[in-house]
Design a protein around this ligand. Sequence first.
Ligand code: GRF
Length: 218
Amino acid sequence: MVNLGILASGRGTNLQAIIDAISSGRLNAIINVVVSDNPDAYALERAKKHGIKTEVVTKNDFPEKEGFDGRVVRILKENHVGLVCLAGFMRILSPHFIRAFPQRIINIHPALLPAFPGLSVQKKALDYGVRFSGCTVHFVDEGVDTGPIIIQAVVPVMDKDTPETLSKRILNEEHRIYPQAIQFFAENRVEIKDRKVMIKDSPKVEGVLENPPVKIFK
Ligand code: GRF
């Protein structure tokens, strides 16, 4: 069991995937709080619909990064959060924030890192002409999308893809691998060695475009 704090700025489909995975018993976790920097984020509505506590911290309230991050860290600590999940949170975390949750902050990114870190990455992948893209769940460190990789899933890029169609295909995989990565935490199976993540007792599955092999969320 793991106590989650989810940080989201927007529509919150990844939050929804986590909520659904918990409701259906596939994910052994509790969402203790959802925090947003955007009072209009639909993610907040999703949380409320499921009776999950929400908090809003805006940059108007805390114009300085340190003050903002300090407030969010306090909220997460007060709510006994054991794992912080960024789910479309549009702010870079300060080193102070990251050190407050060592190896306990993860993110979902809509590209196959280390290719295409940052923003608008589905368009960047299309413009570059890659044949495959996908998504990555990774630890958050002090760089931008540079932390150790936990799971990736791959999707093909089609000739007629637009950023929207590619985003949708990637998003389907995001909704599968993010809850799965969290479940690995819930089962205490995630270990970092140097910058490599090891998943203890990972099942052996041949020929899948996922790493590590994923059985639970097929
Ligand atoms: C996702 O594409 C995620 O990979 C990125 O931000 C987007 C959030 O979407 N970090 P949603 O708010 O979860 O629907």
